[in-house]
Design a binder for this molecule. Structure first.
Ligand SMILES: *Cc1c(COP(=O)(O)O)cnc(C)c1O
Length: 369
C-alpha cells in the first residue's frame, strides 16, 4: 500500500451513495488538467476525441483497467453512456428473444429494474430472490434454481440500497454467461473476470463521475448479439470502434483513468479490499455491540460498500442525521425506500471518516439511549 486516503481539513466526510467521494489526488490532478493537460495548452474537456492527447488518455484508461483486474484480450472494454440503467435494456435487447429466457437473481431495487426491462424482450426466470425478506440477504445454494436453458444469468453484486453484497460469485450452469451489474462495488476487491460474460457499472460510485458506463464484455458475447438493432444500441458498434463510434464521454473516461491509477498505486485490488474490509469492520463492529443502533442486512450478506442501519425510533434517526450533518458527517440518510441510515464507504472514502462516524454514534447513543 503506497497511498493512504486522507480527508483534508476543508472537506467533510461525504457518505453519499452516488455520485460519491473521489480520491483527493485525482481531484487535484483533474483541477490542473481542466486548464491544460499534458502541456498541450488545451484542457481535457476541450480536446478532440480524435486527437493524440485524448488517444493517450483512453488507451491508458483501458490499459490500467486490464492491468488492475487481469482482463484478457478475450474481453472488450467499452465506455458507454446512459448509465447502468441503460444496460438494463441493452443486455436483453442484444441477447434475449421472445423464445429465450434470461435468469435473474433478484436482490434489490436495481435488480428489479433490470428484470422489468428484460421482460420487454424475452422471458425472465427469477432464479433466486430475497424480495420476501426486504432484500436483507443474498440468496445462495438451494434458494437458487436455474431455468432449463438460460441465455444468461444476471446478478447485482452489491445492492446499494439494501446494503447487501455477494461474498462470491454464484455458480451458474456451465457455459451460461454471467452478467453482473457491479455499479456499486466494481474494483473494490479482487475479481476473476474470466467467470463473467459481462460486467458493467455506472462510474459514479467507485470509478469516477456520472456520465460514463464501463462495460467489460467477452468478445464472443459481443459477436452473438442481435443484429438489426439501432446502431448505437449494439455492443458490436462500440467494440469495433474502441468506444469511438461517436463522441465518447471523454471527461468521464479521463477521470476513470486517474481513479484506476490511484487504485493501482494504492496496491491494487487486494490492498483495496483489505482497506475496505477494515473500514467496514469499524462500523459493523460498533453496530454489533450497540443496543441503540442495528444493522439491517443479515451478517453473512453485509455490504462492505453501503452500510445500512437503523436507530431506536424514526424521530431519533432524524435527529441523528441532522446532528451528524452539522458535524461534517454528511448524506447519511437512508434511501427513501428503506429509511434509516446508510453510510456509503466506497474505495475513496477515508478510514478516518468511519472512525468519526462511530465516535459520533457512540456519543449519540449515550445521550439518547
Ligand atoms: C446506482 C446504481 C444503478 C444506476 O446507475 P445509473 O448510472 O444511475 O443508471 C444501477 N445499479 C446499481 C447496483 C446501482 O448502485
Amino acid at each position: 500500500m503506497t497511498t493512504t486516503a486522507t480527508a483534508s481539513s476543508t472537506r467533510v466526510f461525504n457518505f453519499s451513495a452516488g455520485p460519491a467521494v473521489l480520491p483527493e489526488p485525482v481531484l487535484r490532478q483533474a483541477q490542473g488538467d481542466l486548464w491544460d493537460i499534458a502541456d498541450s495548452g488545451i484542457g481535457i474537456m476541450e480536446h478532440s476525441h480524435r486527437g493524440p492527447v485524448f488517444d493517450a488518455v483512453i488507451n491508458e484508461t483501458v490499459a490500467t483497467c486490464r492491468e488492475l483486474a487481469g482482463i484478457s484480450d478475450d474481453y472488450d472494454i467499452l465506455f458507454l453512456q446512459g448509465g447502468a440503467s441503460s444496460q438494463f435494456f441493452m443486455v436483453p435487447m442484444n441477447f434475449l428473444t421472445p423464445e429465450a429466457t434470461g435468469d435473474y437473481l433478484n436482490t434489490g431495487s436495481w435488480s428489479k429494474k433490470a428484470i422489468k426491462e428484460a421482460k420487454l424482450f424475452g422471458n425472465v426466470h427469477v432464479a433466486g430472490s430475497s424480495d420476501e425478506g426486504n432484500f436483507n440477504y443474498i440468496p445462495t445454494g438451494e434458494q437458487i434454481s436455474w431455468s432449463a436453458n438460460p441465455r444468461y444469468v444476471h446478478m447485482t453484486s452489491n445492492n446499494t440500497i439494501a446494503g447487501t453484497q455477494y461474498a462470491s460469485e454464484p455458480v451458474v450452469p456451465s457455459g451460461v454467461p454471467l452478467i453482473n451489474d457491479a455499479s456499486s462495488d466494481i474494483f473494490s476487491r479482487p475479481v476473476d473476470v474470466s467467470k463473467y460474460g459481462m460486467i458493467y457499472c455506472g462510474a459514479q460510485k467507485n470509478l469516477g463521475p456520472s456520465g460514463v458506463t464501463l462495460v467489460i464484455i467477452r468478445k464472443d458475447l459481443v459477436a452473438s448479439g442481435a443484429e438489426g438493432l439501432p446502431t448505437m444500441l449494439q455492443y458490436r458498434t462500440h467494440a469495433s470502434k474502441d468506444s469511438m463510434f461517436n463522441t465518447p464521454p471523454a471527461f468521464g473516461i479521463y477521470t476513470m483513468g486517474l481513479v484506476l491509477k490511484w487504485i493501482r498505486d494504492f496496491g491494487g485490488l487486494s490492498a483495496m479490499a483489505e482497506y475496505n474490509e477494515a473500514k467496514a469492520a469499524i462500523i459493523y463492529d460498533f453496530l454489533d455491540e450497540s443496543e441503540f443502533f442495528y444493522g439491517t442486512a443479515e451478517t453473512n450478506s453485509r455490504s462492505l460498500m453501503n452500510i445500512t442501519f437503523r436507530g431506536k425510533t424514526e424521530e431519533l434517526e432524524k435527529q441523528f442525521i441532522a446532528e451528524a450533518g452539522a458535524r461534517g458527517l454528511r448524506t447519511l440518510k437512508g434511501h427513501r425506500s428503506v429509511g434509516g441510515m446508510r453510510a456509503s464507504i466506497y474505495n475513496a472514502f477515508p478510514e478516518a471518516g468511519c472512525g468519526a462516524l462511530v465516535e459520533f454514534m457512540n456519543e449519540f447513543q449515550w445521550a439518547h439511549g
